[in-house]
Design a protein around this ligand. Structure first.
Ligand code: PLP
Length: 380
């Protein structure tokens, strides 16, 4: 029940990785030989598959990164260099993962810009009226989680994007916790950037995606320099490659990109609608079962939510709960979940987090609840 941290990998993804390493391994974009051409085609096919998965307009809008953290840092650096000046404002929310706070803070420090924060309610929902008050002609970019990794809240991102655009600001969505649960259509959402990590979508670690609208990406300077991202290199001055290669310096993680493609095919095979329906049932079941436990407080009770539950048992430290559950073979996460500002908001040190996905079962949720009853007895 720690799928928010990373998901398990289906056999088909493992088989793909072994097949590529054993039969098709060659560096991409570099050789005219057969293997290199094959590997390049596999990598570019993975890009097209991600493009379709997000319903992006162009595969040039899909940039491979090492994960969502790297994707956000890329935008924070490049967008900051191009667009941000002293006194400009960036808006994030109080429920962001540290990955969607610290890169913006660093950018604000570099550029003399100001970071503004959308507060959240007791139920763990964004206070949209406060958000509207924060928007101003100084707002350049709004960066928010599509889904909170701690509270399970699904944010009203279409409204967030509409309001930001009306104020003349761009929007980055952190899709780390949405892309595996909710069908994403970046054109319909209208976001300017969307980022996610492959390892939370049943894919390998070390691969992630930054989607950006082509007109915007064209305007941004490269983030890192090196091979593949250049066109002409002279000591006086170098020119840069076209999209998406301008943002992919050095040997790309071409193996895990194809592993990610395999994970997306797996999701397609199951059907994201089927996954969502199954997870909605598990979420309802878990919510009802957890609420039956006396003395539990669940942090995050949004109406629109996924099956991620952060909670505390009355007076019991989350690490104690987590360690006892572990002895029973139940894997949950404990601590701040890289969202210290949420803990500060609720005046707590941390929580226990159970994050479900489609392969969990109602029996497992029952076991979790039995485990929590045992923890309570032990500490009574
Ligand atoms: N954003 C959210 C909402 C997350 O849940 C996570 C990871 O848990 C991240 C960002 C960072 O992901 P990664 O460590 O894969 O870059």
């Amino acid at each position: 029940m720690d799928n928010g941290a990373t998901t398990q990998k289906p056999q088909t993804v493992l088989d793909t990785l072994v097949r590529i390493y054993s039969q098709q391994n060659a560096n991409i974009h570099r050789g005219v030989h057969f293997l290199s051409e094959q590997a390049t085609e596999a990598y570019e096919s993975a890009r097209r598959t991600v493009c379709d998965y997000l319903n992006a307009l162009l595969s040039q809008e899909i940039i491979f990164t090492s994960g969502v953290t790297a994707a956000i840092n890329l935008v924070a650096f490049s967008y900051g260099e191009r667009y941000i000046k002293q006194g400009d404002e960036i808006i994030v929310s109080q429920m962001e993962h540290h990955s969607n706070i610290v890169p913006w803070q660093m950018m604000c420090n570099r550029k003399g810009a100001v970071l503004k924060v959308i507060p959240i309610s007791d139920s763990g929902e964004l206070l949209m009226e406060e958000y509207q008050k924060l928007l101003s002609p100084k707002t350049r970019l709004v960066a928010v989680a599509h889904v909170s990794n701690t509270l399970g809240t699904v944010n009203p991102v279409k409204d967030i994007i509409r309001l930001a655009h009306e104020a003349g600001a761009h929007v980055l969505l952190d899709g780390a916790q949405s892309v595996q649960h909710i069908a994403i259509d970046v054109q319909d959402l209208g976001c300017d950037f969307f980022a996610f990590s492959g390892h939370k979508l049943y894919g390998p670690t070390g691969i992630g995606i930054l989607y950006g609208r082509k007109e915007l990406l064209d305007e941004l300077p490269p983030w890192q320099g090196g091979g593949d991202m250049v066109d002409c290199v002279r000591f006086e001055r170098s020119t840069y490659n076209e999209l998406p290669f301008k943002f992919e310096a050095g040997t790309a993680n071409y193996i895990d990109a194809v592993g990610l493609e395999s994970a997306i095919r797996y999701v397609h095979q199951l059907g994201l609608d089927n996954i969502a329906a199954r997870e909605a049932d598990l979420t309802q079941y878990a919510l009802a079962a957890l609420q039956e436990i006396g003395g539990i407080r669940i942090y995050g009770m949004a109406k629109d939510r996924i099956g991620t539950f952060s909670f505390l048992l009355n007076g019991i430290h989350p690490y104690d709960t987590g360690m006892i559950l572990d002895k029973m073979g139940i894997a949950v996460r404990t601590g701040t979940h890289c969202t210290q500002p949420i803990m500060q908001r609720f005046g707590i040190e941390g929580t226990v987090r159970a994050s479900l996905c489609f392969y969990n079962t109602c029996e497992e949720i029952d076991k979790l609840c039995e485990g929590l009853q045992k923890v309570k007895k032990l500490f009574a």
